[in-house]
Design a protein around this ligand. Structure first.
Ligand code: SF4
Length: 203
């Protein structure tokens, strides 16, 4: 966040609600911070709110979000396993792609969410998240499904679920990527548990 306020969820949500750092504030109904477990080992990061998300103030509640929820449930991801957010917190008019300057203006809020949640895995859903968090050089089609470790966090990029609604051929690779994420999640959870057990044993 831009100011020196203590980093808490309350301060973050209030700063997002009051934010006028980019033009996307002009047409928003609600800001959209995120949903899911705030202690999750895994974060999904999408692009920005659509119409339904803007109306409800929650991310991934439209058709693409429902598709993601079904895929996660069918791979037995638990609700405590993940948190979902977007690169920009206000709806781009007509669901256009956020401009690079808008993404840059908003990234501080996403970084604050990373600091609060401290995820071990971050999955970028689509090109906007991939470009801003992993690599601006490699396209999402080439980069998807690969793991990159940065500062102790595992990153993977895959297609945005909305792309699957437009192009059926993306469903299989997306499914394969989520399966790999589930496997990594189980490894991370086992490592976190071993660490907690070790700490407990030292008490
Ligand atoms: Fe602020 Fe982000 Fe909304 Fe732009 S998109 S007005 S930076 S909260």
């Amino acid at each position: 966040m831009a100011n020196a306020l203590e980093l808490t969820w309350e301060n973050l949500e209030s700063a997002v609600r009051d934010c006028r750092r980019c033009v996307l504030c002009r047409e928003r109904t609600n800001t959209v911070v995120g949903r899911g477990s705030r202690t999750a080992p895994l974060m999904f990061v999408g692009e920005g709110p659509g119409r339904q998300e803007d109306e409800q103030g929650l991310p991934f509640v439209g058709a693409a979000g429902q598709l993601l929820d079904v895929a996660l449930a069918s791979l037995s991801f638990g609700e405590e396993d993940y948190y979902i957010a977007n690169v920009v917190k206000c709806r781009p008019p007509g669901n256009r792609t956020p401009q690079p300057a808008e993404a840059q203006a908003c990234l501080g809020f996403l970084r604050a969410q990373f600091s609060l949640i401290r995820p071990s895995i971050i999955v970028c859903l689509g090109a906007v998240a991939h470009t801003n968090l992993v690599s601006a050089e490699e396209s999402i089609t080439r980069a998807r499904g690969k793991w990159i470790e940065k500062k102790g966090i595992w990153f993977m990029s895959t297609f945005h679920p909305a792309a699957l609604l437009r192009d059926e051929s993306k469903k299989l690779p997306f499914w394969q990527d989520l399966k790999a994420v589930k496997q990594k999640l189980e490894e991370v959870k086992a490592a976190r548990k071993a660490q907690a057990d070790q700490k407990q044993g030292q008490l």
